[in-house]
Write a protein that binds this ligand. Structure first.
Ligand code: FAD
Length: 339
């Protein structure tokens, strides 16, 4: 779609309404985008939506939104912007699920690349000795999980919240309760396909184009756009025992957490949270605490105080149920817990 006069009037109207920061690029620059041959398309009607993110604190209006139909679309667009030279104000930002907090996935007066448009049924699971999945950069982790579970496999390292994209969390770190054992998600990637700032499509890994690989992982989208990631998998647990331990004492909380992380045969997931119990109702927190939980009744009258929570899980098979009962009944923790 070619940018039109109507498009510019709409942008000006949005500016007049306030609340958004706008940089209007040259009309020739915008119309040059229309000359690109793409499998997908540029759109302008969803420009205001791309000036928002989860944080809702920054709002930068882009000039156009690219809905890529292929990796080549991203390469052609980035290559075109690069060819405009350093003086061109046109910037490009990849947008995953838009869950950044401070406008990181926005592009003031530039082009937002909607990576989720590139999501497709192209998740390829490879089982074997060192299983992995090849996932598009715009794929949600929840879909990666569903697909790998069909093979009895799951990624080694997670985020807590799974409606985030592969490229979005790999551009940050990707942290959850498995990170103490496997490292963050960025430490569990075998290979990336990246569209570089020049518009080249480059495969990189710890063995190939190493600098680009390590720059892009945790690179906040500044070293290229991740279009595919090869993610390490492991056998998915059959059953999981989930334990939460509440503390009012910070020292006890951190001592227990450190002890469990260092222990030889420890839990499979360990995460610590701070709970600011402003409302006095613990189950406001992640819906984990239900009104029928015994902890609600008497143990913790927090009176608005800060509380701490250790969240732990242990994977097991149905044959090990008795052992798991013993493990969970050993809580609250004493310092000699031996798993
Ligand atoms: C409710 C919520 C829960 C969260 N839970 C966790 C959690 O458990 N663990 C954790 O580690 N983090 C968590 N986060 C933080 C989250 O990892 C980051 O906010 C991440 O940026 C969101 O991913 P996204 O897919 O929405 O990416 P976006 O917010 O769209 O993008 C984030 C950044 O990555 C860049 N980017 C996006 N896609 C690509 C790509 N394909 N290639 C290159 N760069 C790209 C963007 O340009 C931007 O700079 C959470 C955030 C929220 C709002």
């Amino acid at each position: 779609m070619k940018p039109s006069l109507e498009h510019f009037f709409k942008l000006l109207l949005l500016l007049a309404l306030g609340g958004v920061t706008m940089h209007v690029p040259d009309a020739n620059v915008l119309s040059s985008l229309g000359a690109l041959h793409l499998d997908g398309h540029f759109s302008f009607h969803d420009v205001p939506a791309m000036a928002r993110d989860f944080g809702n604190r920054c709002s930068f209006l882009p000039a156009a939104v690219l809905h890529p139909g292929s990796v080549s679309d991203i390469a052609a667009t980035v290559g075109h912007v690069f060819s405009l030279g350093e003086r061109s104000p046109l910037t490009v930002a990849a947008r995953g699920h838009g869950h950044s907090l401070m406008g990181q996935s926005q592009a003031a007066g530039g082009i937002v690349v909607r990576m989720e448009s590139l999501r497709s049924d192209t998740l390829h699971v490879h089982d074997g000795m060192s299983p992995f999945v090849d996932a598009p950069g715009g794929e949600l982790w929840i879909n990666v999980l569903h697909e790998t579970l069909k093979y009895g496999l799951a990624p080694k390292s997670w985020t807590d919240y799974l409606h985030l994209t592969v490229g979005g969390t790999l551009s940050n770190a990707g942290v959850s309760g498995q990170a103490f054992r496997h490292g963050p998600q960025v430490s569990n990637v075998n290979q990336l396909e990246i569209v570089t700032g020049r518009g080249d499509v480059v495969t990189c890994s710890p063995e190939e184009n190493t600098d680009l690989f390590y720059a892009a992982l945790g690179g906040l989208g500044q070293f290229g756009i991740i279009t595919r990631a090869r993610i390490a998998l492991e056998p998915a647990p059959k059953m999981v025992r989930w334990i939460r331990v509440l503390y009012s004492d910070f020292a006890g909380f951190t001592e227990d957490q450190e002890m469990l992380i260092m222990a030889e045969n420890t839990f499979d997931y360990i995460e610590g949270f701070v709970i600011i119990n402003r409302t006095g109702i613990l189950n406001n927190w992640r819906t984990s605490f239900k009104p029928q939980d015994p902890v609600q009744a008497s143990h913790f009258q927090s009176d608005g105080r800060v509380l701490y929570c250790l969240e732990l899980t242990k994977n097991f098979n149905s044959d090990d149920t008795d052992i798991m009962e013993q493990v969970s009944s050993s809580f609250p923790l004493d310092r000699d817990v031996d798993m």
